[in-house]
Design a protein around this ligand. Structure first.
Ligand code: GLN
Length: 494
């Protein structure tokens, strides 16, 4: 029998429907693959073997007797940020030690409603703060990709590094992820996978551990554009329990995938041509433009003049919201408690021990920018910048642009423990240069693998869309996927 883990989600779904194999067999194949790979890749922080096999048995009954959902029997990995009832949910933090929520996040509940099977919880940067998956309490995730002729470990990107590595290394058919400043798109680009951050409000944030609530969005990482579309259709939808969830019908995103880009206008923002951008990123971008033209799109040079303020403004807004959201972890209600001489001492000891260095840095920055006397100078100003960034995009779309094409990241995956990055947090933050604008404006963005660098590592392109027009992103993303025609399978070494 073919290796079931190598099937795309769409192909696995067809195989299940055709009774070529059972959900139990498919799930078993993934569990074996995880057992073999996880000691080396560290993508999963919890494997829910019994639950997976029980879910798969239920799916097999439904597949046999009717009533199968759109994801019936499809084994998925779930980012550790999603609350899963009775199952390890720690946002890869020490402070949530032992936390097993009483509730299920709306997004994961939607996936189970549609028949999906949970394989386990995926590693990530602690509280989703990071771009390399090195801030996890559980240690770094290793990218399944290696540079040609090298055995050096590379990062899978972050914060959804476990999701991206697991999808790329065939340890789940697809995964959930979240994106506050690029955490779906950057790891997708680093691992040759497809990741989409939908419009803010498309997926419910209910039951997802909050980082920066005005920026956080859930979305899928998958192996193909079609698989990402199938996942997003199930994950999306209005939820009265999230006041920022938008009450709009969810299209069948998969139906938009083969629409093409004929007649569309694709904007190319001049401000994304950064100083010192590697030639291969520039060349990839040019290649993407040529593919769009070859498929009948019109290219338009556009200006998004406030782009240069996006990263500094993001690194004020996101820590500010985080400092407020993470105030709840005090040793009283959740996880870790370090006892002290009185309650204040207990709070302080618990938070000092429970949060890692990057989270502590963000909390200090956030508390500072929100404090009396600095609030207007930093937080209010960053919010004004945010409005200007949003307006830049609105003007481009009002001027006839249907989607915007940019690189996804300024480089390919870098090394685990890279000294430049760990010595200087700002260098790490620069990874988000092409992605944070999209969160600041609340827009949808997709990263699609489009080429490889000189060392053979995957590189991605990003498409940014109008609010709630993910369909155009799937259609244009598919054009990139089809035109690149590259097999983005890492050479197996684990
Ligand atoms: N890398 C960014 C940060 O560290 C984005 C993280 C995310 O999207 N969750 O904040």
């Amino acid at each position: 029998m073919t290796d079931l883990t190598k099937l795309t989600l769409a192909a696995a779904r067809k195989g299940l429907a055709d009774k070529a194999f059972s959900a139990t067999e498919l799930t078993g194949a993934y569990l074996s693959a995880i057992d073999a790979a996880n000691p080396k890749l560290n993508a999963y922080v919890a494997i829910t073997r019994e639950k997976a096999l029980e879910d798969a048995a239920v799916s097999d009954k439904r597949l046999a007797n009717g009533g199968a959902g759109p994801l019936e029997g499809i084994p998925l990995g779930i980012k550790d940020l999603f609350g899963t009832q009775g199952v390890h949910t720690q946002a890869a933090s020490h402070i949530l030690d032992g936390f097993k929520p009483e509730y299920e996040s709306t997004v994961t509940a939607n996936l189970w409603r549609d028949g999906a099977v949970m394989l386990g919880k995926l590693n990530m940067d602690e509280f989703a703060m990071g771009s390399s998956n090195e801030t996890s309490y559980y240690g770094p995730v290793v990218n399944p990709w290696r540079s040609n002729g090298s055995n050096a470990q590379l990062v899978p990107g972050g914060s959804s590094g476990g999701s991206a590595a697991a999808v790329s290394a065939w340890l789940c058919a697809a995964a959930t992820a979240t994106d506050t400043g690029g955490s779906i798109r950057q790891p997708a680009a680093f691992t040759g996978t497809v990741g989409i951050k939908p419009t803010y409000g498309r997926c419910s944030r209910w039951g997802v551990v909050a980082f920066a609530s005005s920026l956080d969005q859930a979305g899928p990482i998958a192996r193909t554009v079609e698989d990402a579309a199938i996942m997003l259709t199930s994950m999306s939808g209005f939820d009265a329990k999230d006041s920022t969830s938008v009450d709009l019908a969810v299209p069948d995103f998969a139906a938009a995938v083969e629409r093409g880009v004929k007649g569309l206008t694709i904007g190319i923002p001049r401000e994304y041509r950064m100083d010192g951008m590697p030639d291969e990123i520039e060349a990839l971008w040019k290649q993407g433009i040529d593919w769009m033209v070859a498929e009948g799109a019109t290219i338009k040079d556009i200006s998004l003049p406030h782009t240069k303020y996006a990263l500094p403004a993001y690194y004020i807004v996101a820590p500010a919201e985080a400092s407020s959201n993470l105030a709840r972890y005090d040793g009283v209600k959740y996880g870790l408690r370090v006892t002290g001489k009185d309650i204040t001492d207990m709070y302080e000891l618990t938070r000092a021990k429970g949060f890692g260095a990057e989270v502590r840095r963000r909390l200090m920055i956030g508390t500072y920018v929100l404090s009396a006397g600095y609030y207007d100078a930093y937080y209010v100003r960053a919010q004004k910048v945010r409005t200007l960034i949003k307006r830049d995009f609105e003007l481009a779309f009002a001027d006839g642009v249907d989607a915007i094409l940019t690189p996804a990241t300024p480089s390919a995956a870098f090394g685990v423990g890279d000294e430049d990055m760990s010595a200087d947090p700002v260098k790490m933050y620069l990874n988000d240069i092409f992605t944070v604008t999209v969160n600041m404006a609340g827009l949808p963005g997709i990263a699609v693998p489009a080429g490889k660098d000189a060392a053979g590592l995957p590189l991605g392109l990003q498409l940014i869309g109008k609010p709630f027009d993910e369909e155009t992103l799937f259609a244009a993303g598919r054009v990139i996927e089809r035109s690149a025609a590259i097999d983005f399978s890492p050479a197996k070494w684990w």
